[in-house]
Design a protein. Structure first.
Ligand SMILES: [Zn+2]
Length: 361
């Protein structure tokens, strides 16, 4: 999709920089084009998240080589079999030996066998070393007619909450599950503590080094949770995952205290990205519900549809008397809203069982 803003930036970058860059640097036009596209992406995401008076700063610079500008091959070289050749212009090429970690090597081998398509390579410089990020693509098939809606939500007190609803029996949510994110909280707490100690000793450089280490540890945990969530989804027939669309959520920061608190607590957006990519690899479609569809999911009774004020851990419905885990109630509402917007199942609010439809741990 091309938004008006994107079009404007693209046009002005093209007019003001493209021709000039072609004159100044003796580079493939394809390279200048990808540089322009990248600049547009950066500006666009900056505009979307922008807070007042913020200034665009690039923490890291990367160079994108699309298919026209690189080749990758496996050789008999003793140093490493993997070589990446970057073409800068008609005459200049650079060949670089690439060393992979074990996981990445397996993926690259799959790509060499044709299971993945090579899209682009991003060259990133970090701490004086160059890293090649391979962007691989794969077309996956997802079922036309999903049978089970799996809602994944961030909770008030949990990193993630999941619930499954079958289209055949929409009034009966199944197997609610929680991921508390305790390990992530522990890592964060630990690093906060170390950071404070280092700041007291004015070891600012050390503080910066810690940031990457902390991020890697947190990401590792997010991968574990994402794997568990996808495994949870896979136990149901023809699952489809639905989550709240959190892109550009920063815009609403000051407007909603509730959102603010939830968003700050744990890195749910990053978890969503991991879930999406792992789910797709398993042939599970992922849909995002737009913000307006997710409104009041935490304040609505999933059994009777009544809107209530919530305090504390439990959702208590003053109308039908439902007492339910708060995060799970919100999650069920997300699944229901997807079903409603897709026109699946009857969603008249009729009481299911007496008491609780799902056991709350
Ligand atoms: Zn109710």
């Amino acid at each position: 999709m091309v938004s008006g803003l994107q079009f404007q930036i693209e046009k002005s970058l093209h007019e003001k920089c493209y021709e000039k860059a072609k004159e100044l640097f003796n580079l493939n036009t394809a390279l200048i084009q990808t540089a322009r596209d990248k600049a547009v992406e950066i500006l666009k995401s900056f505009e979307e998240k922008r807070k007042e008076e913020s200034v665009l700063k690039l923490k890291r610079i990367s160079i994108r080589f699309d298919k026209r500008c690189y080749s990758f091959s496996k050789t008999n070289n003793a140093l490493t079999p993997y070589w990446l050749t970057l073409s800068l212009n008609r005459k200049e090429r650079i060949s670089l030996p690439i060393v992979f970690g074990e996981k990445q090597r397996q993926r690259i081998e799959e790509a060499l066998k044709g299971e993945w398509k090579f899209a682009a390579v991003e060259m990133v410089k970090r701490d004086g070393e160059w890293y090649a990020h391979f962007i691989l693509k794969k077309v996956v098939e997802v079922p036309d007619e999903p049978e089970t809606v799996i809602a994944i939500d961030r909770g008030e007190r949990n990193l993630a909450v999941a619930v499954a609803i079958s289209k055949k029996n929409p009034n009966k949510p199944m197997k609610g599950n929680f991921w508390k994110g305790e390990e992530i909280k522990r890592i964060r707490g630990l690093y906060n503590h170390i950071r404070r100690r280092l700041q007291e000793k004015k070891l600012i450089k050390k503080v910066k080094e810690l940031r990457g280490k902390e991020r890697r540890k947190v990401n590792q945990q997010l991968h574990i949770v994402a794997n568990q969530i996808v495994a949870y989804a896979k136990q149901f027939p023809k699952p489809i995952i639905v989550m709240e669309d959190l892109t550009g959520i920063r815009d609403n920061f000051d407007k909603s205290k509730e959102l603010n608190r939830r968003f700050h607590s744990l890195p749910f957006r990053k978890l969503q990205i991991y879930i999406e990519y792992k789910a797709l690899l398993e042939g599970i479609e992922v849909r995002y519900l737009p913000k307006k569809e997710v409104r009041n999911t935490s304040k609505t009774c999933h059994r009777c549809g009544h809107a209530a004020q919530v305090n504390g851990r439990e959702f208590r419905c003053p109308k039908c008397g439902l007492v339910y885990n708060r995060d799970l109630n919100a999650c069920i509402n997300i699944a229901r809203r997807l079903m409603r917007s897709a026109g699946w199942g009857s969603l008249a609010f009729e009481p299911a069982d007496e008491g609780k439809g799902v056991k709350t741990p």
